[in-house]
Design a protein around this ligand. Structure first.
Ligand code: ADP
Ligand code: MG
Length: 497
């Protein structure tokens, strides 16, 4: 991009993932999304005097699992702190977070792939547990004289978040997106977050700065708040970098700011000067004990670690000899990979299985907005279909038809093949008869072909296939068609007649 020439971009991300616990971080209220406002709120979430928070053990375990998965150190003692600020959706006047003693410490990292097809290690500074705030619903309430007011929904107040902070090591919008996609896949593998970006379960703040190329000191950063799609992250970083370059070039001195991205106008807008640490008046929360994790607990959590995407990729490369492209699609989710392996376990060629899962099945799932674990075709049934493709009982065209029947609930493939006469046509004589009839019906084309319009070969293939309901064995069809065209007397008969 021209305007970036001569400038280096730096990005550091703060990603908030909503942990998949049933209840909130410090209360028993439900975390389910989309409830009627203020129906999932306990006295604790309302900050009633005299109530005491109780830490949700599951949230702690999920945070530890994450820390272990990225190779980070787990704090021997994690301490919750009160972070003070005033906002209508924060009843206590402070958010319980971890500040000096986060549960996941330094040492963790994630490998991302970069534009030039290489990989790059991005270090993760820390990850800490904190509670979410409520939501302000602007214009949601109406008074008798039709004045629109802002309503507060506290269903989200107290929902557990894990905030994951990276070092400022990402050097482009593309790298930032690549990091987020890698992280998104990881937290879904770990089953600690559903990754739903529309519902805000996975959202990020991007810190962006620019500096002249060759300069070692990082520039002044702006923090872009609450970006909730990969596309917005990419656009926001590019737009913000361009704005900073323009400002610096015009002689402006930048100051650290908190900004928001307006996707419709493709602009970032200033919200406020960036808060300094002192503004938050952090203090350890006196109502919560320090969290100490026993080695037994850590080793129990380690024991629940699933095979992670990188390891799965390496194993798939060795075990199935597929292209990186195929593998990338197959390991998108654990469920996708498990489906593939269940099909292959039925002695189906891995390449054939990959083609059909990444092709036909993925398209059908996508169209119906279903996840693979909701597929109406179980892996065993899918294997039954592919086995008949592999042993040439049916043609690929017929297989697609049967796929549709299976999708709509067909149980018995064999009886369908028999009833509808869908078996592949292997019999030379039968194929020859169809070819003869097609040539007979298209004398003009046959003549043209013989005069050198070789492209018409495909036309004949298509017609024969159509007439056979896609059942002709394709290789045989080709061979026989060549023979028939050579030997057929049809055209001379036609010419004389
Ligand atoms: P704060 O809560 O004040 O935003 P944090 O330390 O939690 O501070 O987060 C800082 C984030 O900003 C990190 O992701 C870090 O990598 C990033 N960052 C720090 N300095 C820069 C910079 N000069 N340019 C871009 N990103 C930066
Ligand atoms: Mg920040």
């Amino acid at each position: 991009m021209r305007y970036l020439d001569g400038w280096a971009i730096t990005v550091g991300l703060e990603v908030h993932i909503q942990l998949l616990t049933k209840s909130k971080l410090f209360s028993g209220a439900s975390t389910a999304y989309g409830g009627i406002p203020n129906t999932q709120v306990s006295y604790i979430d309302l900050a009633m005097p005299g109530t005491l928070p109780v830490l949700n053990e599951k949230a702690v375990e999920m945070a530890v699992l994450f820390g272990l998965s990225i190779g980070a150190s787990i704090a021997p003692e994690a301490i919750f702190a009160r972070k003070h600020y005033f906002y209508p959706d924060l009843p206590k006047g402070y958010q319980i977070s971890q500040h000096h003693h986060p549960i996941v410490g330094a040492g963790g990292s994630l490998m991302i792939s970069t534009e030039n097809g290489k990989t790059k290690r991005i270090q993760i500074t820390r990850a800490h547990l904190e509670e979410d705030a409520g939501k302000s619903l602007h214009g949601a309430c109406q008074t008798e004289d039709a004045t629109r007011l802002t309503g507060i929904d506290l269903n989200r107040a107290g929902v557990p978040l894990l905030e994951i902070v990276t070092e400022p090591e990402l050097c482009s919008a593309q790298e930032a997106v690549s990091f987020l996609k890698t992280l998104h896949q990881l937290v879904r593998y770990l089953k600690i977050c559903d990754g739903n970006m529309q519902e805000g379960s996975f959202r990020c703040d991007a810190n962006v700065s620019v500096r002249p190329e060759g300069e070692t000191v990082l520039g002044i950063r702006s923090e872009l708040k609450n970006l909730n799609s990969f596309k917005y992250v990419e656009d926001a970083i590019l737009v913000e970098a361009a704005r900073q370059i323009e400002a610096i070039t015009a002689g402006e001195i930048l100051r650290p700011e908190t900004r928001t991205f307006d996707p419709a106008r493709q602009k970032t807008l200033r919200l406020r000067e960036k808060e300094a640490e002192a503004d938050y008046r952090y203090i350890p929360d006196p109502d919560l004990c320090p969290v100490r994790l026993s080695p037994e607990l850590i080793s129990r959590i380690t024991g629940t670690m699933p095979e992670l995407p990188d390891a799965k990729k390496t194993r798939f490369q060795k075990q199935y000899q597929l292209t990186d492209y195929d593998i990338g699609l197959l390991i998108t989710s654990r469920e996708q990979a498990a489906y593939f392996e269940a099909v292959v376990a039925k002695e189906i060629d891995p390449k054939l299985a990959a083609n059909w899962i990444n092709g036909e099945l993925a398209a059908a799932l996508n169209e119906s907005k279903l996840e693979i674990e909701e597929s109406p075709i179980a892996p065993e049934k899918f294997a039954d279909l592919l086995r008949r493709v592999a042993n040439e009982t049916i043609s690929r065209g017929t297989a697609k038809t049967i796929f549709e029947h299976l999708w709509n609930g067909l149980k018995d493939i064999d009886s369908l093949i028999e009833q509808e006469g869908l078996g592949q046509l292997n019999d030379d004589e039968a194929i020859r008869r169809i070819i003869q009839s097609v040539l007979k019906d298209h004398p003009e084309q046959l003549k043209a072909y013989r005069q050198g319009r070789e492209k018409l070969f495909g036309f004949f293939v298509g017609k024969v296939m159509q007439r056979s309901n896609n059942r002709c064995h394709p290789v045989k069809l080709n061979q026989l068609l060549i023979q028939q065209i050579k030997t057929s007397t049809l055209s001379s008969e036609n010419e004389s007649g």
